[in-house]
Design a protein around this ligand. Structure first.
Ligand SMILES: [Zn+2]
Length: 104
């Protein structure tokens, strides 16, 4: 998967189109990511045995498909597609297609 935890991404389709946020969780098996402040859903949290559980209506981010987000390049701050560059030692690096810089 091209998107990783702590990447900044831009939503490119759906209700949150245009929103940017940091990836809180990456779910490679499901090809989904949880992005801070994006795709908020209201959940009704009931009291449980745990004393610290927050009750009432809480907003949480729901995972969205990686096909609905684009990586935001930290160098040119544009939503970009990612290319891979293979170093002589065989390691792969992600490269911004717009400015050509390596994305950590
Ligand atoms: Zn760039």
């Amino acid at each position: 998967m091209k998107i990783r935890k702590d990447d900044t991404v831009e939503v490119i389709s759906g209700d949150d189109k245009g929103a940017r946020g940091k990836v809180n969780t990456a779910l490679p098996k499901e090809e989904r990511v949880v992005v801070a402040g994006v795709n908020l859903v209201k959940k009704h949290q009931r009291r449980t045995s745990s004393v610290r559980t927050q009750t009432g209506i809480i907003e949480r981010e729901a995972p969205i498909s990686v096909s609905n987000v684009a990586l935001v390049c930290p160098h040119c701050s544009k939503a970009t597609r990612v290319a891979y560059q293979v170093a002589p030692d065989g390691s792969k690096a992600r490269v911004c297609r717009k400015c050509g810089e390596t994305i950590e």
